[in-house]
Design a protein around this ligand. Sequence first.
Ligand SMILES: [Zn+2]
Ligand SMILES: [Zn+2]
Ligand SMILES: [Zn+2]
Length: 351
Amino acid sequence: MSSFSNAFDVSKHPHRRYNPLLREWILVSPHRTQRPWQGQVESIAAKSEVSYDPACYMCPGNKRSTGAANPNYKNVFVFDNDFPALMPDTPGGKINRDNLLIAETESGICRVLCFSPKHHLTLSMMEPADIRSVVDCWAEQFRELGSKPEIQYVQIFENRGALMGASNPHPHCQIWSTASVPNIPKTEQESQKEYLTGKKSCLLCDYFKIEESDRSRIVAGNEHFLAVVPFWAVWPFETMILSKRHVAAIDELASEEREALGDVLKKLTTRYDNLFHASFPYSMGFHQRPTDGDSHPEWHFHAHFFPPLLRSATVRKFMVGFELLGMPQRDITPETSADRLRAVSDSRHEF
Ligand SMILES: [Zn+2]
Ligand SMILES: [Zn+2]
Ligand SMILES: [Zn+2]
């Protein structure tokens, strides 16, 4: 942290941090954690051990609400969401009343991707070869959906755990592809574009190099990827996975990079599980170039993990009060979060 003045200690003094992707500030209050850690560590005994659930609409061979039956799939399985948030055949339409009430229709395609036929697995417990099948499927889906002229953006995301509103433990993600670029990737795109124009280099390539040399926020990594608690993280154990090579989207990853992405995902999610001795809930997803036909040299492929837990498997962070009205706030510093994640195993479950 050589760039800070001697008087300013990021581990002690309240400060705000700028997120150059979102152009937002985040308030960090490390002094509030100087009391000893009092959060208890709880073991959640009720881990699902059932590899097949006859009532699950994602398990192989089962019927879904539409009456369609799932095939007896062996690794991954993709189907159109039976209750999609977006429909491909939505008619175009706009309203604009005095530039105050503005709306336009949005169309899209929503799919579900099952990671495994085994109902009880999580990414952290899957074999590397099986995670590799998931990575390949993400790349195929991105390419296929993105090649449709009406689709401008493909958002792949996973909600894991009941705390994140995922009612079904079957390992899966969703893929929502839309006719417009959603807010957050759009903001990130503008930031990356401006950085590239001004500096003639990539924002996240430059950030990768800082994290690689600093090391204090690295949680997991390999030859091709780093998982870090970003300097500007909002959630207590938020992380970002960054590719070392500048690629704009997942389908550009070479074979060994796809394997390495699976490896870093497994290491990170294993550390997460070990942190509070429980299957760790999170929302995760990839950010990559829009599929609007432009080449997007500014875009650097990455993933975000947003876990809600704060102190234990049962104590979560809430975004309320000042955070809803002012700006996000955290107590534990990103560096301390990274220390805690590095202190547990990335290769075996410790519970
Ligand atoms: Zn299932
Ligand atoms: Zn880059
Ligand atoms: Zn992003």
